[in-house]
Design a protein around this ligand. Structure first.
Ligand code: B1M
Length: 221
């Protein structure tokens, strides 16, 4: 199979949630010299976008979405060490989690991988993370940045709940807050008082570095 065929087949097999075949194609694609980024951005992510569109149209239901998500997660495990390869020193600490009520984690995990690749130490709290858990983790790890992911319009309001919890714990000024996730916009991020927003994993890394740089340059020597 040539590159185009591998990418096409990877897209199709992710769409139908054929996890063993997705793994096989990911590995054989890498062996054939296709880059991890190509596999991700030209097959896996577009396929999950199509899964979402089919779900919206009523052609797919939750089980189809679930198996496609699992197939993608398997491929991501293979790509993780390759995407996260970095020779750089730790640039900062990032506490990350998907907000309470939300179980989506593929996008969050991808952001984590990219952050690690850029030299961040990432403490991943997982999914369905309650405000109190974020607070505990901030107190324990003293991160430079805390990131909240939300993938549903119904869980986005948890950003505000988390911000309120930060204020109440007296931690708001100690940590940079970033938010993201499929339905999140810059306007929404501004409305909840977050310091930063990014629409995808690469933008998240860029934004995290910029925010950190800005914060550090404000600290008197
Ligand atoms: Co769900 N789901 N899902 N789902 N699911 C979506 C999100 C949906 C858009 C599908 C659709 O209708 N088109 C829709 C949400 C609609 C809305 O509210 N706007 C939806 C729904 C409705 C639901 C349920 C409610 C369905 C139901 O039960 N009736 C349910 C909710 C469960 C819950 O959380 N309580 C549900 C369940 C599931 C599964 C469990 C089956 C599965 C999740 C598996 C998993 O994550 N382990 C699933 C899946 C797979 C999807 C879709 C198809 C794919 C999500 C994904 O992984 N995308 C999704 C459709 C879609 O997104 N088009 C959908 C690929 C990923 C790389 O992109 O997640 O956007 P994304 O992440 C990006 C950016 O958002 C950004 O960077 C990431 C990487 O580039 N980003 C950040 C993420 N976090 C960030 C943090 C940052 C910065 C950037 O800073 C801190």
């Amino acid at each position: 199979m040539n590159t185009e065929e591998v990418l096409g087949e990877l897209y199709n097999q992710t769409l139908v949630g054929n996890a063993p075949e997705v793994l096989k194609l990911t590995n054989s694609g890498l062996e054939a010299g296709i880059t991890p980024e190509q596999l991700l951005f030209e097959a896996l992510i577009p396929s999950l976008e199509e899964v979402g569109s089919r779900f919206e149209r009523g052609d797919f239901f939750v089980p189809e979405m679930l198996i496609a998500g699992k197939a993608m997660a398997g491929a991501l495990e293979v790509l993780r060490p390759l995407l996260a390869q970095s020779g750089t020193e730790t640039v900062g600490t990032f506490v990350m989690g998907t907000v309470k009520g939300d179980v989506h984690d593929i996008g969050k995990n991808l952001v984590n991988i990219m952050l690690e690749g850029a030299g961040f130490q990432v403490i991943d709290l997982g999914v369905q993370v309650a405000p109190e858990r974020f607070i505990e983790a901030i107190q324990e790890h003293q991160p430079d940045i805390v990131g909240f992911s939300a993938f549903l319009t119904t869980t986005m309001p948890m950003f505000k709940a988390n911000m309120n919890a930060l204020e109440k714990a007296g931690l708001r000024d100690q940590v940079i807050v970033m938010v993201g996730g499929a339905p999140v916009t810059q306007e929404y991020a501004d409305a909840v008082g977050a310091d930063g927003y990014a629409s995808d994993a690469s933008a998240a890394v860029k934004q995290a570095k910029e925010l950190l740089h800005r914060r550090r340059s404000l600290v008197p020597a």
